[in-house]
Design a protein around this ligand. Structure first.
Ligand SMILES: Nc1ncnc2c1ncn2[C@@H]1O[C@H](COP(=O)(O)OP(=O)(O)OP(=O)(O)O)[C@@H](O)[C@H]1O
Ligand SMILES: [Mg+2]
Length: 501
């Protein structure tokens, strides 16, 4: 389908939207054609989620107009949007945690026959949508018990089951493994072939080149331009449009100087989750941990961080075995755990950035909070993770990626020197990613020990001095930096290779 001959399904004309103190969108245009995948690109805070929420009726625009198939319409709210054939997969998952996958999908969706909802038909359709997405979890238990990746799948199943012509996806692959993402892409391509219009946000450029027919770029709430698939849609031009300048290749040439063993994990097990996990991380070292989603990586990290009970084995710091009965025991031993799930990692959404960033270590002076130092500490920690914004802003008012940076800043100020990063750049824009990589290397150079869990193989290869691979609850391999390739890691992660040391 060529965009030039078809009529747009949905047109946004001159959309503006402000929040107190922030012009999130200014005079933005967007046309969506049937049978296209349209990428929406931009740095953290550029206005992508805001624009999508305006399209879905979750926010009302201050100015601007909508047309559906050429007819002027207003979208009065998400339910109205669904009626008009627009559905959305949110960046921050929006499922009801106590309800099952099936209940979440069926929720609020009108499959009424003469006023009655045909629940068994609705349930059947929910299961069919889950099956289409290869959902591996239990569709009957509360979704809070599912992994983040599985919850994301449920969220998408809900959009697909609603049978909407326009599907809006806000960073759908952020918490998916490579395999899960590929499955998602094949579904998106099917939907495109069926004539759906898809808008899609991602910070992973490779995905965009792979999938998108067109890419629209926003910067500071303003429309920068739209690129058509072809030679013009390339990394240099996209990055330049997003960041406003070219980025040098920030590959880090580096030889780590290794110090003493800081973290030692010996025969660690949690019943039914993972077994016999042993490894060491030295000062100055970044150890990558790769594996499929569900291989048990986060679960190992949670045990080291005192969040889950350990059933066997030990965790030692500086040669001393720890007794871990809560996360504060781990923090006291110097272990910081930056979780993948930013909604639950202790951002106080109604508090300022200054307070959030200094939560682990509030600067005091004669018994009182030293507000000047608090603001200064927060400001420098935030700047070092690429978040340059007033520290008086509330955490809840930040974009998803910028919230992630605040969490990073908080742990930088904690005084910890052993860091476990779980998907550290999930949802982080291309410019800030470079800053976070440099920051991790700098921490290691200053004597910190870093364990980095990541599903992003280029990131694992770029950052790790050594790569551990997990598969089905055990360590399935270890690869030295010099021998690390995507193929070798995937082989260990998928069972195509067995342990070699
Ligand atoms: N509810 C809100 N209240 C106040 N300000 C907000 C709110 N939601 C978003 N903003 C602000 O609007 C701007 C755009 O945010 P938005 O979430 O649309 O960014 P984004 O492009 O989706 O970024 P990311 O890649 O980090 O998800 C940011 O400055 C953000 O802080
Ligand atoms: Mg966003």
């Amino acid at each position: 389908m060529s965009a030039s001959t078809a009529k747009p399904l949905l047109s946004l004309k001159g959309i503006s939207k402000s929040f107190p103190g922030v012009k999130a969108l200014q005079n933005v245009h967007l046309d969506l054609y049937p049978g296209e995948i349209h990428a929406l690109m931009g740095e953290n805070g550029a206005g992508k989620s805001t624009l999508l929420k305006v399209m879905f009726g979750a926010y009302s625009a201050d100015e601007g107009a909508f047309e559906l198939s050429g007819e002027p319409v207003s979208i009065r709210g998400p339910v109205d949007a669904l009626h008009k054939g627009i559905s959305m997969v949110h960046q921050e998952l929006s499922l009801v945690p106590q309800l099952s996958a099936i209940q979440n999908i069926v929720l609020g969706w009108e499959k009424s026959v003469a006023g009655f909802i045909d629940w068994s038909a609705a349930r059947r359709e929910a299961l069919a949508a889950l099956a289409r997405l290869d959902f591996q979890g239990n569709p009957h238990v509360p979704v809070s018990r599912l992994s983040v990746g599985q919850q994301q799948t449920v969220e998408l199943a809900r959009a697909i089951a609603a049978n909407a012509k326009i599907i809006i996806l806000d960073e759908p692959t952020a918490s998916l493994s490579t395999k899960e993402s590929e499955k998602l892409f094949s579904i998106l391509r099917e939907l495109r072939a069926d004539g759906h219009a898809l808008v899609y946000v991602s910070h992973r450029l490779a995905e965009v080149f792979d999938l998108a027919d067109r890419a629209t770029v926003l910067r500071d709430g303003q429309y920068v331009g739209t690129l058509l698939r072809g030679p013009d849609l390339n990394e240099t031009s996209l990055v330049k449009m997003m960041v406003g300048r070219s980025l040098e290749d920030f590959a880090i040439q580096h030889e780590a100087t290794l110090g003493a063993v800081a973290l030692k994990v010996d025969g660690l097990a949690r019943n039914g989750v993972f077994q016999n996990v042993s490894f060491e991380v030295r000062r100055g070292e970044i150890v990558g941990m790769a594996g499929m989603v569900g291989a048990g990586r986060t679960e190992v990290a949670r045990c080291i961080a005192g969040a889950d009970r350990i059933d066997a084995g030990s965790v030692s710091v500086n040669g001393k075995a720890l007794s871990l009965s809560s996360p504060s025991d781990a923090v006291r031993a110097g272990i910081a755990f930056l979780t993948e799930d930013r909604k639950h990692q202790g951002l106080a959404l109604r508090m300022s950035l200054a307070k959030n960033a200094t939560l682990t270590r509030v600067p005091t002076r004669m018994g009182f909070i030293n507000r000047t130092k608090q603001a200064a500490d927060a400001k420098s920690a935030l700047a070092s993770v690429g978040a340059r914004m007033p520290t008086t802003r509330l955490a809840g008012q930040l974009s998803g990626g910028n919230q992630q940076k605040v969490v990073l800043a908080k742990w930088l100020l904690s005084g910890c020197d052993i860091f476990i990063f779980d998907e550290p750049t999930r949802g982080i824009d291309v410019g800030a990613k470079a800053e976070i990589y440099a920051l991790m290397r700098d921490l290691a150079d200053k004597g910190a020990a870093i364990l980095m869990i990541s599903s992003d193989l280029p990131e694992v290869l770029r950052m790790s001095d050594r790569v551990l691979v997990m598969r089905e609850g055990t360590l399935s391999g270890e690869v030295a930096r010099a021998e690390a390739t995507e193929e070798r890691i995937i082989a260990f992660a998928s069972g195509g290779n067995t342990w070699q040391s």
